[in-house]
Design a protein around this ligand. Structure first.
Ligand code: ADP
Ligand code: MG
Length: 753
């Protein structure tokens, strides 16, 4: 983690082979690693002295005085030392065995009656007496007889660091190893990534001081001060990397793609069946201006579900095509990629039919490129992309493959970004002669601090209103297993369909035998489906193993629905990740056209799918899904002029977290509020990890939910540093820290790739 000669020393050398081996199990290999293994919390010494309430099996530290000590030889010739200690009220026995009595003589001397100290060990019960076997003893110094191992009396008042540890290698052993490597270090051994100017400005401790404060805190204020400085360092390293990255791309030249009057964009606007919202127009102008400049655009477009991000992206792509370039649209799933291609072709009509008899004069072509395309179609798409005939190439991560080439890639649009990392963006960028413009769109609204952390190299635009004329969505939480409610659910579906609507029915798995979040999920991951879903799977509470009925499965539910009287005569389709692509397309098309107005599926419809006539979203076992995911699912309905209805069916029991989540969803449709709540509810590492591979490996203390002020400050500081020296070479230790945090990230990316 840290790099310098002293910090790079291997732990087996620094602490001995045995300790080194144990620490390796915690993933700690060097002195630097160990020093970055921060205490999880601190126990106040005073709280550990209550000897009246020691539980058997607990690992405790008590402050006590020795009452008496006796040493003897047992029947089989071993040494046995027993000592009684007290805190003035309760008593506790200490027991030590050794091969011979002689080996315990020093211990007898150490534990003379009247001495006080800290005793650490696991509480056990022997013949009705609570005892500590082989405890660690740290006696307080006495004036007459200072002993090397003794601790100063004031140490008893110090907070005791509690480390992530494991059975057999307890926290205090970690603490001991930390002291062993930390005590001899000098400032010269510990280079500091935080530039001295910034440290001086804010009165921050040096890195070595901070490490001492967190590992050997004099008091609570001390460790707080140490942690604060380390947290700032994490934010600074991260923001410096993002700022440097941004500056580097800014230096690159892009091809200016100014709008052209009378081109495809104008034709598209003329055909648009609605007027743009003020937000779409505002962001559209920002984007248009940046595309027209010879510097690469680096923009993030945020907007709640249904706010109309796609249109903004399409208009940007058309501007680039009008200027003679190509645009690539990267979508997270095949369903979504196919839908984008369809939408584009639909909106462009003859403008997208270049090379055919029907094609308009200035027409272009839209190529679709996904992993499972038949060979011939794929070849045609590859040729259209490479030859420049396709102005717009829509695809999944198949677009990233090496053999995919463009004639003149001018714009990369990444839809529903949270599935793509920085590396993927770079991979696409590398396909362009000169740096292309980049527009990233997020699937879910994300809190500002997350945006700054994950997308800190991008400027952000926000679409903050939904298009007018949306009738809104009503959400109900429906208890499963209640026959009347179940009947009513399917009646409502029938009513909606009879009124011209369509209904999605989403299940957590495909087949009854599937392990949810296991194979079914993995299968849908094939077409890029949700990393977050895997997280959601762990969020959903199983509600007591063995007691709950099996989760609903697509293939089972579809049979049930086909047999239900309420739905008699309706076409009911199926969609999931294990179907061949043609079948997927066909099922989706039948749903969109109304031939099969009910679609039973997995979460493949979660993100971005747009069927304006869809009015009902029924989610079965809704407690198995995360908040953001449910918000996305719900966002599939109420997209046209008709009001949407979302029914979250679950067995969640009142009083549980799962129940509370569903109630919250039913109570608000504000995506930003839900995203913030979601982030609080789950381990945010998962959020960041899914959002950008491995980013979390360098974040130990920083919490994007809580530390907005730290992130703000670090971001401003990082931008100022990059302003002074774009390469950051003035601060080599900062650069080294960036490189190290990136190494972890890259490793993780490679692991997953
Ligand atoms: P998202 O931001 O979730 O990606 P979409 O871009 O898919 O949203 O847009 C949602 C729906 O709203 C689409 O059917 C789209 O055609 C429609 N839409 C977009 N902009 C407008 C607008 N200004 N007025 C009316 N409908 C719009
Ligand atoms: Mg979208």
């Amino acid at each position: 983690m840290l790099s310098s000669d002293a910090l790079g020393v291997r732990l087996d050398r620094a602490t001995g082979a045995r300790t080194g081996k144990a620490l390796a199990k915690l993933g700690l290999h060097t002195v630097g690693d160990l020093l970055r293994h921060y205490p999880r919390r601190y126990a106040e010494a005073a709280t550990l002295t209550d000897m009246s309430a020691l539980g058997v099996g607990e690992h405790v530290t008590v402050v006590a005085e020795v009452v008496r000590t006796s040493l003897r030889t047992t029947g089989n010739g071993k040494g046995l030392l027993q000592s009684t200690i007290t805190d003035g009220t309760s008593r506790l026995e200490l027991t030590f065995f050794a091969a011979s009595r002689r080996r315990l003589e020093w211990r007898e001397e150490q534990l003379r009656a009247g001495r006080r100290g800290l005793f650490t060990g696991v509480v056990s019960l022997y013949r009705g007496t609570t005892q500590l076997m082989h405890p660690e003893c740290r006696l307080f110094t006495t004036d007459d007889d200072p002993h090397e191992e003794d601790v100063a009396l004031d140490e008893a008042e110090r907070p005791i660091p509690v480390y992530p540890a494991f059975a057999g290698f307890e926290s205090w052993k970690v603490a001991k190893a930390v002291r062993q490597v930390l005590d001899p270090l000098t400032e010269a051994d510990v280079p500091d990534p935080v530039p001295a100017d910034l440290r001086a400005r804010d009165g921050l401790p040096t890195l070595l001081e901070a490490l001492r404060l967190v590992h050997v805190p004099p008091d609570e204020a001390g460790w707080r001060r140490g942690r604060e400085r380390l947290r700032y360092e994490e934010a600074l390293v991260l923001q410096a990397e993002l700022a440097r990255r941004r500056a580097r791309v800014e230096q690159e030249e892009a091809v200016a793609r100014p709008p052209r009057t009378g081109g495809l964009l104008d034709a598209f606007d003329a055909r648009l069946p609605f007027t743009l919202t003020p937000g779409q127009r505002r962001v559209g102008e920002e984007v248009a201006a940046e595309l027209a400049a010879p510097r690469p655009m680096q923009r993030l477009l945020q907007g709640d579900v249904g706010s109309g991000k796609t249109v903004v992206a399409l208009r940007a792509m058309l501007q680039v095509v009008d200027a003679g370039g190509q645009a690539a649209l990267l979508a997270p799933t095949e369903v979504l990629a196919a839908q984008h291609a369809r939408t584009l072709r639909g909106l462009l009509g003859d403008l997208a039919e270049a090379g055919t008899l029907d094609g308009a004069e200035q027409a272009t072509r839209i190529a679709l490129l996904t992993g499972s395309l038949p060979a011939a179609a794929r070849r045609a798409s590859l040729l259209d992309a490479a030859g420049g005939r396709a102005g717009i190439v829509v695809g999944t991560h198949a677009l990233l493959a090496e053999h995919v080439q463009f004639a003149d890639l001018g714009l990369v649009v990444v839809d529903e970004q949270h599935r793509f990392g920085v590396e993927q963006r770079d991979a696409l960028r590398a396909k362009a002669g000169r740096t292309p413009h980049t527009l990233v769109m997020t699937a879910t609204p994300i809190p500002r601090t997350v945006a700054m952390t994950v997308f800190g190299d991008l400027e952000t635009s926000v679409l903050d209103e939904l298009p007018a004329g949306r009738a809104g969505i009503t959400t109900h939480h429906v208890p499963a297993g209640n026959a009347r409610w179940t009947d009513r659910t399917w009646q409502r579906v029938r009513e909606e369909v009879d009124g011209g609507g369509r209904a999605y029915v989403v299940c957590p798995r495909i087949e009854p035998d599937d392990v949810p979040g296991g194979s079914a999920q993995a299968d849908d991951d094939e077409d890029g489906a949700d990393l977050l879903a895997a997280v959601a799977g762990t969020v959903g509470s199983p509600g007591g193993a063995g007691t709950r009925p099996p989760l609903r499965a697509v293939l089972e539910v579809v049979d049930e629905l086909r047999a239900r009287p309420e739905l008699a005569g309706l076409g009911i389709g199926v969609l999931h990740g294990r179907m061949p692509p043609e079948e997927k397309d066909a099922a989706f098309a039948a749903f969109a056209s109304g031939a099969s107005p009910v679609l039973v599926s997995t979460t493949v419809v979660e993100v971005g799918v747009d069927v304006p006539d869809a009015t009902v979203m029924v989610v079965l076992d809704a407690d198995r899904f995360g908040i953001s995911q449910l918000h996305q699912l719900r966002g599939r309905v109420g997209r046209g002029g008709r009001p949407g209805l979302c029914l979250l069916v679950s067995r969640a029991v009142p009083g549980t977290d799962a129940h509370a989540r569903l109630e919250t969803l039913a109570s608000t449709t504000d995506g930003f509020a839900l995203a913030a709540l979601d982030l609080e509810l789950r381990h945010e590492g998962d959020v960041l990890g899914a959002a950008q591979h491995g980013r979390t490996s360098s974040l130990r203390l920083l919490r994007v939910t809580r530390d907005a002020d730290v992130i703000d400050r670090a971001r401003a500081d990082a931008r100022a540093l990059v302003g002074q020296d774009m390469t950051l070479a003035t601060w080599p230790t900062l650069v080294a820290a960036i490189e190290e945090s990136l190494t972890g990230e890259r490793d993780e990316f490679l692991d997953r790739a």
